[in-house]
Design a protein around this ligand. Structure first.
Ligand code: ATP
Length: 289
């Protein structure tokens, strides 16, 4: 079930030119190669991060605060640049933001003066500027319904609860039909009950759309529920007087059946060993690897 990160990322010898298609290679749909980030040259936050995500795969990343999860997600989103290494999606190096990647942050980032319908229509129009009115309306309504908000489609964000706003953010990300969805703790600010409901909804939509997802979470159960694989990340630390950057310490395959649900998760064979393994990592190994 557990695998060392070094087995994962077959770092390629030939980095592709920015924005240029790569030559045929066995890379995954999303491929991260030797990624590193240093704000301070002698103390990189993380270094030599390698992993791949296959099309349709749901991958979560877990690690303590400050290990660099958001930095990695921002590099994948094209919102930040790495100090070292490369990230490729669908055969091209990621070199800036793109509507091919949908991003959802903890703060929903909706435009407060627009209704739910208008917020999502804005994103859909950015993606398909020539889309006709009827098709645009249908696209918006489909994804609003998918997150259970048809009744609130003409409301403004100020009239919605935190959970509803986060659902709008999710609907907006799905509505542009991105090739990859990047989620940075999207449920972090929600109460447990709402969080559970939206996790179920997200899982349903992801299964229906076969969406490829990379998600940051601090919640071990959330990762076990949603992810096919869980990346465990360690923090940079001083070890025996020498600084060791953070990095990908381990990749955990989720052995539980893919049709698992939140309510039966705890009863499944393999749940407790998996949970204990991740918690042990966070408690005893995440600070230095
Ligand atoms: N612009 C910046 N300048 C200097 N240091 C930064 C900058 N942005 C991030 N950092 C540092 O880089 C490290 C990684 O930050 P990042 O937000 O990626 O971590 P994280 O694992 O996502 O943390 P959290 O779980 O708390 O969100 C942190 O120590 C942070 O202080």
């Amino acid at each position: 079930m557990w695998s060392d990160s070094r087995q994962l990322g077959p770092a390629s010898a030939a980095p592709a030119t920015k924005d240029a298609p790569m030559s045929a290679s066995p890379r995954a749909f999303l491929q991260v190669e030797n990624l590193g980030k240093a704000y301070q040259a002698d103390r990189p936050v993380f270094a030599d991060v390698n992993f791949g995500i296959q099309k349709g795969e749901f991958v979560c990343i877990i690690g303590h605060s400050g290990c660099g999860k958001t930095t990695i997600l921002n590099v994948l989103a094209g919102l930040d640049t790495a100090s070292q290494g490369h990230a490729f999606m669908d055969g091209r190096e990621i070199a800036g933001p793109s509507l091919e990647r949908g991003v959802v942050f903890q703060g929903h980032a909706l435009m407060p003066w627009l209704t739910v319908r208008q917020n999502i229509a804005f994103a859909v129009r950015s993606r398909w500027p020539d889309m006709g009115r009827a098709e645009l309306d249908a696209q918006v309504e489909k994804y609003v319904a998918m997150v259970g908000l048809a009744h609130a489609i003409d409301k403004k964000p100020s009239q919605l609860s935190g959970g509803m706003k986060q659902r709008v953010g999710i609907a907006r990300a799905f509505a542009i039909q991105p090739k990859m969805l990047l989620l940075d703790e999207p449920f972090g600010a929600l109460d447990a009950l709402t969080r559970g409901t939206i996790q179920d909804e997200l899982m349903g939509i992801v299964r229906q759309t076969q969406q490829t997802v990379f998600m940051i979470t601090h919640d071990v159960d959330e990762a076990i529920l949603l992810a096919d694989r869980i990346l465990l990340m360690s923090n940079g630390a001083d070890v025996d007087g020498r600084y060791k950057p953070g990095g990908l310490a381990e990749v955990v395959e989720n052995p539980l059946p893919r049709d698992r649900t939140r309510t039966q998760l705890h009863h499944l064979d393999g749940y407790y060993p998996l949970r204990n393994h991740i918690v042990d990592f966070l408690v005893s190994r995440a600070k230095a690897h």
